[in-house]
Design a protein around this ligand. Structure first.
Ligand code: ATP
Length: 499
């Protein structure tokens, strides 16, 4: 039944009853029938929830399979921290003897696909516990109290399952905890405030002497959104950061996912780890999977280096599409991409690895850059150069077409993000600021000042290199790709020509 029909009925029935009473009709039997229907509906709802919960239970009972910490690549530090925190489940008797309060919750924070769920599963294996998983969004319901009921069920399930399987402990994993654990802003009570309150109550009810013992592990990629009640000591008092893997970590993850695949001996994993800079564990898993698919498509028996390079392109930029663009559109895309490539070559010589016109994912063309060195600190000039590379496409369209196109929206988004990082780090004329204390107008003004200045510098640089456009454009339009070396050759030759 559509929701509005239900709401109209809820509003209409009391009015009808009052009207009937008013004209002297005996409404007591009607009231009894309404009450009966209400009770039956409520029972059905509860039944529905129970059915839902038992379906959940069935799903959760499948368990994690045998996943150990060894099967998680990289993440050495989070693994160590987690193992240390798990001591309380393993050496609980000593912990009780020394009066140490139990660790109730561990919060894993980090970008998507970095292995947070894997860590929770490995934790349950390491501590010989049952594993019960749920996602924050499963607790969001329109009906008041249902989410809270599901939290109760989750803890109840975990205890029951551990008892049934004769285990001494249970690990409950809640992914996307921010969905239910977001900051409470006071004022009106929301349905999920009750869910959060129930979670806090359940956590407060975890004791060292409990059998089975419960450990809650939650994951989020937006820790700053969480309510402080969740983060205080005694609740989630261990916070473990799970970051994107570094080169060594990436190599380890790739090797784990290559184990069950036929890899040619000549494949250089170090190079692949270098090329996949910035990839998460989930993306690396996808790279190995896609590489195997490319191998199969070519009827080969082993995965070669180029299959993996093609897979990296696919994961980074999406599948090649058959979108046919007009000659004029192609020319504009070529000029746009050459703008990025020339800027990149000017500010970071040797950095372009390929310029391509083939449409991939949402992009009509792209410039692939050589892997950067792992870097955790950026100077102002580095960030400005990065913005200039992003603006290179729009700037060259302005030079050659006198205006921009919609093709620059992603570039601008990237540039704006970098400007924001600069503002937060005190690298703009706003000085050292708390971004929340500055008005939107002031931020907009500073954005414009920074971007206009960099746009003008970018245009100047590109105008000085118009020979490179002239030399590379026809080749790029004809061949649809230019390798980094080819492009650098044209770049050097053109730079020798008179301006
Ligand atoms: P989300 O925040 O989106 O829930 P997550 O951090 O929980 O993501 P997982 O679900 O643990 O990520 O990882 C997804 C998949 O990516 C895994 O099934 C695995 O194949 C692969 N993966 C991610 N990280 C690693 C890793 N460190 N080692 C090996 N495989 C990994």
């Amino acid at each position: 039944m559509p929701r509005w029909t239900k709401e109209v009925l809820i509003g209409f029935v009391p009015v009808l009853l009052i009207f009937l009473a008013f004209i002297g009709v005996n409404i007591i039997p009607v009231l009894l029938v309404v009450a009966l229907v209400g009770v039956l509906t409520l029972m059905k709802m509860r039944g529905g929830i129970a059915v839902g919960a038992s379906a959940d239970r069935k799903r959760k009972k499948k368990g994690p399979g045998k996943l150990t910490f060894d099967e998680i690549g990289g993440q050495d530090h989070p693994k160590e921290e987690l193992m240390e925190a798990l001591t309380f489940l393993i050496r609980h008797e000593e912990i009780q003897k020394f009066g140490i309060r139990p660790l109730k919750g561990i919060l894993l924070t980090g970008p998507p696909g970095t292995g947070k769920t894997l860590l929770a599963k490995a934790a349950s294996q390491y501590t010989d516990s049952v594993f019960v998983a749920a996602s924050g969004s499963e607790f969001v319901e329109m009906y008041v109290g249902v989410g809270a009921g599901r939290i109760r069920d989750l803890f109840h399930d975990a205890r029951n399952q551990a008892t049934k399987e004769n285990k001494k402990s249970a690990v409950i994993f809640i992914d996307e905890i921010d969905v239910i654990g977001g900051k409470r802003e006071g004022g009106q009570q929301r349905e999920y405030d009750q869910t959060l309150n129930q979670l806090l109550t359940e956590m407060d009810g975890i004791y060292n002497s409990d059998c089975p013992r419960i450990l809650l592990i939650a994951a989020t990629n937006r820790k700053e959104m969480l309510d402080s009640a969740l983060l205080r000591p005694g609740r989630f008092d261990r916070h473990i950061q799970v970051d994107l893997p570094d080169k060594k970590g990436r190599k380890h993850i790739l090797e784990i996912h290559a184990k069950n695949k036929p890899l040619a001996e000549a494949v250089n994993m170090d190079k692949i780890a270098e090329e996949s800079f910035g990839f998460s564990g989930a993306q690396l898993e996808s790279v190995m999977n896609e590489a195997a698919i490319y191998m199969m498509r070519e009827d080969k028996q082993e995965i070669e280096q180029r299959h993996i390079s093609m897979a990296i392109d696919k994961v980074m930029m999406g599948e090649k599409t058959d979108r046919e663009s007009t000659t004029e559109e192609k020319r504009r895309v070529a000029i746009h991409e050459l703008g990025h490539a020339i800027m990149a070559e000017v500010v970071r010589p040797g950095s372009v690895s390929q310029v391509a016109l083939s449409p991939r994912g949402q992009a009509l063309g792209y410039v692939r850059h050589n892997p950067q060195q792992e870097q955790y600190l950026y100077t102002k000039s580095f960030l400005e150069e990065q913005i200039m590379i992003a603006l290179g496409g729009a700037a060259s369209e302005e030079i050659y077409y006198g205006g921009r196109s919609t093709g620059s929206s992603n570039d601008f988004e990237q540039a704006l993000n970098i400007v924001q990082t600069m503002m937060k780090s005190g690298l703009t004329s706003l000085g050292i600021i708390n971004i929340e204390m500055v008005t939107t107008e002031e931020l907009m003004r500073e954005n414009n000042v920074v971007l206009e200045a960099l746009m003008s510098r970018t245009r100047d640089v590109l105008e000085q290199h118009h020979n490179v456009f002239d030399q590379s454009l026809e080749i790029l339009l004809g061949e649809e790709t230019l390798s980094g070396d080819q492009f650098r050759c044209l770049f050097r030759e053109s730079s020798l020509l008179p301006a």
